[in-house]
Design a protein around this ligand. Structure first.
Ligand SMILES: [Zn+2]
Length: 137
């Protein structure tokens, strides 16, 4: 029985603990990067976009509510296509939530702006009308 264990990434002989699989963190990371399944990579990509979006909203709106020009968010790399929930008001305004923050695109004096507010509990109670032909509220 061969007791010489080798790094799963580079093949270097290992002399550490019995359950050691890689010579170092760098080999471990490279191994996982090349073997990660595509679905997992997509999940990570989207999670990191959402996380970044939330950070932008939190930075711009440390408390309560604020309105900023769209180009400010653009410069911070905000991605409008990714959000965690939708909340639609009685007036059909659509808020896009990123976890505990929500943004509402609006136009003021011809300028694109974004209203940012912290998530409110009533937003969570909103249900998307997925079958509006049948489900009438
Ligand atoms: Zn290695």
């Amino acid at each position: 029985m061969n007791s010489k264990r080798k790094c799963l990434h580079c093949g270097e002989e290992l002399d550490g603990r019995a359950d050691q699989k890689f010579c170092n963190d760098s080999c471990r990371a490279r191994h996982h990067n090349t073997h990660k399944n595509p679905g997992e990579q997509e999940i990570r990509r989207i999670n990191s976009l959402l996380r970044h979006n939330r950070k932008v909203l939190r930075t711009l709106c440390p408390e309560g509510k604020t309105t900023v020009r769209k180009d400010v968010l653009d410069r911070m790399g905000f991605n409008y296509e990714y959000f965690t929930r939708i909340y639609r008001t009685q007036n059909n305004q659509v808020y896009f939530l990123n976890y505990d923050y929500a943004f509402l695109p609006l136009v003021q004096e011809g300028t694109k702006k974004v209203l940012i507010i912290q998530r409110q509990d009533y937003m969570d109670r909103y249900e998307l009308p997925l079958w509006p032909e049948i489900d009438k509220n």
